[in-house]
Design a protein. Sequence first.
Length: 448
Amino acid sequence: MSGHGTPIPMTSHPCGPLSGVADVPGDKSISHRSLILGAMAVGETRITGLLEGEDVLDTAKAMRAFGAEVTRHADGTWTVQGVGVGGFAEPEQVIDCGNSGTGVRLIMGAMATSPITATFTGDASLNKRPMARVTDPLALFGAQSVGRKGGRLPMTIVGAADPVPVRYVVPVPSAQVKSAVLLAGLNAPGKTVVIEKEATRDHSERMLAGFGAEVTVEDTDEGRVITLTGRPELKPQVIAVPRDPSSAAFPVCAALITPGSDVLVPGIGLNPTRAGLFTTLREMGADLTYENERTEGGEPVADLRARYSPDMKGITVPSERAASMIDEYPVLSVVAANAEGVTMMGGVKELRVKESDRIDAMARGLRANGVTVEEGEDWWAVHGLGIGNVPGGGTCESFLDHRIAMSFMVMGMGAQAPVSVDDGSPIATSFPIFEPLMGGLGARLERT
Ligand SMILES: O=C(O)C1=C[C@@H](OP(=O)(O)O)[C@@H](O)[C@H](O)C1
Ligand SMILES: C=C(OP(=O)(O)O)C(=O)O
């Protein structure tokens, strides 16, 4: 769990071409859901390609605490012996979800309609993040919660003994909230309806259907209406977790800003609810192509080929695209600093309640490295200096946020002087092989 260990200061030195193949790890969102749904199925789910990052390992531990048997085998395969919907045992210890918003919010949903009590905590970052967005809808099912002021962890959830299904309009664009409600709905008799005004990543809907639940999705004037029939028997699955587009973003963006680069990132999911960054980069003029386009496990997949792109231009990123690239704004701002003109990013208030306030964290670090940034509550604008013109030379705080740390490491690769972060340890939450992978492409990362 990040934030509990010793900080790892890191420096990224300007480097020559990045080249080769970047095999990024499994998708974090799908990995969490594989373990949780596996634990709620009856029988053995087998998972290959699971992301073995700290966030997901914390979810694996949590599923064991709720009574599922979760095993990592010598060949890297994971199995989950599920206890069935409504079969969770009461954990004997506090559930520590480390740095992971997805982990804690989905697990709270999954246990909230069982007659058990669980207490959740996390690291210093997670314990600052808002949980009322999940406990408010869980209360409608009949679950109770007591946490710290402002709905913060540590927090205890008393699951509903006699849950009722709910109809809930999600007030913020959040796949975590949507998923918490759907997972709670699994053990409520009757139909639970979740409505989202903006489409967010749809892994929960797809995977619930894959596990045999009855789920329908309808686009209406009110928004995307998802209807789940409660109390199914979930059937165990064989899951091959696809590679994470949010991790692919780092070698892709690094290649775009580092002279002479040519990097292939194979097998990346281009599910439209996740692929907004790649569309945006292409609009900016990035030399980013999709090769070998195919369908895998019902999802569009391609090998991404990213080459040095000295002529990128700043653009206004459409607000309605925000949900499909919400975790990629930090690294996009690094590319924006290397483009000509201003990149305007609006409709992104959610960035302020991630592992850090990501607008603030990036603005501080970009400014410390010679880049001008303007910001408001739900927007920010990066004034591009043109390729290779980012001075660098600064040290940035990562605020216990993996994406902030990795974004500044990428910035150093194309800057005029090295860029440092005070703590790269959070990188292990989502991308444990970031250093060897980027080093293998030619990056010069150093623990300092
Ligand atoms: O459901 C998920 O797997 C996720 C949803 C998003 O969070 P929000 O639901 O807070 O937008 C995203 O930022 C996070 O990395 C993963
Ligand atoms: C926001 C993120 O994760 P989480 O909310 O699961 O902590 C992320 O990985 O960028």
